[in-house]
Design a protein around this ligand. Sequence first.
Ligand code: ZN
Length: 293
Amino acid sequence: MRIANHDNRAVLVTSDDAGIDIHDASGGKFGPDVASVYAHWKEFSAWAATASGDSSVALDRSKLGAPSPEPEQIFAIGLNYQAHQKEAGYKVTTELPPVFTKWRSSLSGPDTEVVLPHNGNVDWECELVVVIGQGGRNIKPEDAWKHVAGVTIGQDFSERIRQQFGQAPQYSLGKSFAGFAPTGPWIVSPDEFADPNSIRLGSDIDGQPQQNGTTADMICPVPQLIEFLSKIVEFRPGDLIFTGTPAGVGMGQDPKRFLKPGENLRSWIEGIGEIHSTFRAGKPEESGVPIAS
Ligand code: ZN
């Protein structure tokens, strides 16, 4: 099952360019907005399994928004792949990874122009993003995928100067500028994957491959992430987990390279699709990197 946020309405995606309007097809029981679908996930998924092709809509990709546009919480996982730990200059370890947030105001849909903060070094991180259906605490790893509505593609754009400035890192700030969390194009339910713990993902810039990894290499795979986090926090319907990035980011290259105005970044995940980001230079007054001297 695939669900998109199309023109602010929840749509069951049936092909790359068509879907079923969930509100109309369910006689008003679910939707019209996608957040309300996650809020009634159990009943919705039972209905969706039998939904028919009435109330079909043509999908216009330019109208796709974030598939979960109003999550109560966004969790993001750092250093969840050993090859990325190494390229980022950290000790290679199997310890539980660091957790931060990307504030909700940084969320956007799949295909966007991102303003590069003035004087910043913006890096790319293609990530599998988990969307929670049914929330809860103390979720066991063997039950974890049942709590997931679906997975989608995310970019964890990271301004490395703000992120690493000072004696304690500022991951959340450096990763929450406007447009720094594009997601989409839709969510794909875990049962659509041969193995939801082994999915290929990557990115390229102007056609040049940068990242190509597999979620099978995660230090803390999705079921263990959900177990670990839910011992502390309560998951809520629609919550997002950015699960970490494989190797191939700009700061790991020699010399380091960051995103430039006019470049085209494609982020892809097997079995989901791709999202696209273009870049424009930010003016000092709209998006600087505020660092006290
Ligand atoms: Zn990341």
